[in-house]
Design a protein around this ligand. Structure first.
Ligand code: TIU
Length: 230
């Protein structure tokens, strides 16, 4: 496939599909499912759950086009040796990371709540990046994997818009990747952070990246596949 264009803000996002990966951030049961850690903290998970259907559609189309997909999960080792003490006590919540939660130990690798929701479950060939922080590049091998695979651009989706998605887009930008964020595929527990989190990315001529929606990505893929078949 040749270079494609996606209508986006602040301007057209151009990409070569074989050098562009779909990076799905932290679509984990503890953040999205009713009864999980996110809801236990008093958050409205419906604000995140509206992203599941568009992510699924985009993931299906991206896989169908034979393009690269990576997933991330926020969480820690069972012995919590990679959990900064400051992160453990932040929030002064009675229940925190590593404690028994509604779906196993909270944000601990291997526990049910830490895993990715079934609707977007990774295929065996799709790398899953286990990250201890908010950004997907910190203390992970994500950059190395992307380099080995010739990836130059990222479509970044997932949750939450202003926390792990924003931090990852900023980290990616500093490492030379062009990021596009489809707004219907990212979610925040707070509508005002959703709006501002996206504005921050595309402001100042795309200071961190581009913002669009999944329909426009699907349209670009469809146009490319009909061009190659006719
Ligand atoms: N994945 C991610 O964004 N982790 C968070 O802790 N997000 C919150 O919004 N709390």
């Amino acid at each position: 496939m040749k270079t494609l264009g996606i209508e986006a803000e602040p301007y057209l996002y151009e990409f070569e599909p074989s050098h562009t990966a779909l990076l799905i951030i932290d679509m984990q049961r503890d953040f999205l499912e009713p009864g999980g850690f996110g809801e236990m903290l008093g958050n409205d998970v419906s604000q995140l759950r509206r992203t599941i259907a568009p992510n699924r559609k985009l993931l299906t189309a991206w896989r169908g086009a034979g393009l690269q997909v990576l997933h991330t999960r926020e969480g820690h080792r069972a012995d919590l040796t990679d959990l900064p003490p400051a992160k453990k006590i932040r929030g002064r919540s009675k229940t925190s990371i590593g404690d028994a939660g509604p779906m196993g130990r909270i944000l601990v690798r291997g526990e049910a709540g830490h895993d990715i929701i079934p609707e977007l479950y990774p295929l065996p060939a799709e790398p899953v990046i286990d990250k201890p922080g908010k950004g997907a590049f910190f203390a992970t091998d994500l950059h190395a994997i992307l380099q080995h695979r010739g990836i130059k651009k990222l479509i970044v989706t997932g949750v939450t818009t202003e926390v792990c998605v924003n931090t990852t887009v900023r980290e990616a930008n500093d490492r030379g990747y062009d990021c596009l964020v489809p707004e219907d595929c990212v979610g925040s527990y707070f509508p005002e952070f959703q709006e501002m989190g996206l504005k921050m990315i595309k402001a100042q001529g795309g200071i961190f990246g581009w913002v669009s929606d999944s329909g426009k990505i699907l349209a670009a893929l469809e146009a490319a596949s009909s061009n190659t078949t006719t």
